[in-house]
Design a protein around this ligand. Sequence first.
Ligand code: PMP
Length: 338
Amino acid sequence: MTRYGSVLDTIGRTPLIRLRRVTEGIDAEVYLKAEQFNPGTSVKDRTALWLVDDAVRSGALGPGGTIVEATSGNTGIGLAQVAAARGYRLVAVISDRISVEKRLTLLAYGAEVVFGTAGVPREDPTSVHSTAVRLAAEIPGAWRADQYDNPANPRAHRERTGPEIWDDTEGRVTHFVAGIGTGGTITGAGGYLREVSGGTVTVIGADPVSSSYGGGDGSPFLVEASGHYRHPDTAEDVWPLSYDTGVVDRIERIGDRQSVLTVRDLARREGILVGGSTGLAVAAALRVARDLPRDAVVVALGPDSGRAYLSKYHSDDWLRTNGFLEDGTGPLVCDAAP
Ligand code: PMP
């Protein structure tokens, strides 16, 4: 189909792209599910549409209402798209660690942007999460989309992303690799693929080395929008309800350096411009695929486009400043695993 009634109807049906050059020495087929082909250029277009549709159905969001959400940028952009197309107001709470491109994109869609503190756990009163909770209580009639705890988030991926991967591989997919932010993607798509395959698909989380999802200490890392922080004073993590750990067979822990160098490789050797969490997922997929036979089919989900990170992962200055180009180590380089 090439004619659509609204930009929102173009969400989904993203391509599965075979990786040909970064896979040198690997026998298995490795594909990138390229979510940057969504109109808002990320996987979060799907989540945003499902969250809003669900809220309209339940009556939580009325005509002309205000949407409030804490976001690493992409859910905000997805929601901004829906808000613009359907006549809602959007207040997006982001941290100052989010790329300037994402902040400007939110403003371009007419969203209002509020800052919360980066690199702190959700329960911190200044976190983007706590700030969004406060604003949603203060603004009359506001609805907080709550991607972290709203079941409509994983449902988007169970109903669409997972089935697309199954159909496009004609049921041959054997391994599914995705990062974990809210956990919506891996829970929904991974859960679906496990079920439809009768349990033969292995679901692998790709996680920054210091993220606490994969057993790290929860200290900061550079790849934005994936992983989980833990406050040094907090013994236990509060993990999002959107993340069902039961669907994940194992987690591959990937250092920042490996993620950003994979991002660079994808641009320069495959011609695919992606963001840091795609580098994370593909680095994990390549590590997994190295030990797999010829008939294995590995699908890595790539959340977004490199256009949002030209001043970060695609900038030699930024790479040098953070110690990724030379042997030196930058302040946040935590490359424990090979
Ligand atoms: N990468 C990027 C760029 C994202 O925006 C997100 C979502 N915040 C993720 C990864 C993680 O996806 P999920 O929230 O579905 O776990």
